[in-house]
Design a protein around this ligand. Sequence first.
Ligand code: B12
Ligand code: SF4
Ligand code: SF4
Length: 376
Amino acid sequence: MPPADQYWSELRSLALESGLHAVAVTSAEPLQRAREQIEDRLARELVNGMQFTFRNPLRSTTPTASVEGARSIIVAARSYDLRDVSDTGEPSKYPAKVARYVWHDHNAELKKSLEVVKKKLKSDGHRAVVFADDNSVVDREVAWRSGLGWFGKNANILLPGAGSYFVLGCIVTTADLPVGSPLDDGCGPCVRCLSSCPTEAIVSPGVIDANRCLSWLLQKPGVFPREHREALADRIYGCDECQSTCPPTQRSVVAGEVPVTLTSRHRRHLDALWMLEVTDVELLDACDPWYIHERNPLWLRRNALVILGNIGDPSDAEVRRVLDSMLRSAEAVLRSHAVWACAKLGLTDMLTIVDADPDEMVQNELAHLPTCRDDL
Ligand code: B12
Ligand code: SF4
Ligand code: SF4
């Protein structure tokens, strides 16, 4: 076996050749700080029903629970800073936009690259398992501990000179590799992300309140909180605001180097009206290249109704027609969000259809109608 430094140098070169943008190593020691933070967020009720790494904190912060005898964790970042995905394709009157990381399944690409390195580790007699966006490891904590990047106040990991438009993943392995150490803070006095968050969800540096974070609210099942619907604007899935306003991320130099074969099916948005009219199969097919957790057309349509209330044109006959059909939907959650959209657009005359609706959710919306949009 070559010395640890030389072996890591070989693995590192292989990783970079395989499409990863940066790699580093940390030990497989428990992620004590992350465990404490998770417990603290749960105790402070900042988690709002999220499962992920919060469901079993002990497991997600104990690398050796996933790989017995693990000694090291190879942490990797892959850029998702695609600039080529066009806004063209079908012309859209009411574009419902997804966040940048959703445009393509970058986690699948990241895993493919990590698999190449894993294969090498295994052929050399080590145990090795790949994880990326998996509940077994807290990706950002291992990335921070390895020195891959610093923890931004927006809670993202930023790579020096390259910002935060990166997905993160790792290989937990029994190989002994030379570990890195955390970088110095790179944010300095900047607080742009805190002030740019549309819902003030960054409650202190590095701490996100999931009760307010649009990224979580867009995927959470059920009623979209009324107090955050206007802030949602035209987002259908994911939110980029705390990153797109971040100076080091804006200055990113990775642009144009993301190895992805783009097709005409890659896009930044779908039309909100279209989403409310097509079948589930058509909707899911259009979302196919996107990275969306538990693809449920119901929540995507709920989000599309909020968008329609925010950007729809009430004088457009198509808008009226689609809202009319949504007020008659078999799904109470769609009827109730259609009620809100009608009121935002000043179309309260349409609400007679639901006057006698037996559903509590719909009656609750009728009892709390918003005022019409200021710009109408
Ligand atoms: C749950 C989750 C979410 C939740 C909660 C986010 C959160 N901040 O916890 C929601 C749905 C809101 C979410 C949103 C997003 N997510 Co997310 N998410 C995850 C997931 C599944 C687990 C995260 C986790 O365990 N959090 C636990 C909490 C306790 O960690 P934390 O909030 O980061 O807290 C740390 C800091 O506070 C730090 N810390 C301690 N003291 C201090 C002090 C200071 C000053 C600072 C700055 C930090 C700091 O220590 C804590 C523990 O590590 C990971 C994948 C994974 N398996 O790890 C992806 C992941 C974190 N998400 C990711 C992405 C891309 C996003 C979005 C950008 C997507 C989008 N565009 O909408 C947003 C960003 C929102 C934000 N500002 O954080 C990437 C992050 C990549 C990166 N470069 O950092 C990950 C790693 C997925 C992946 N494999 O690439 N996400
Ligand atoms: S993802 Fe959006 S809502 Fe969540 S903290 Fe960042 S800016 Fe705020
Ligand atoms: S916006 Fe400023 S404070 Fe926030 S993560 Fe970026 S550099 Fe740090």
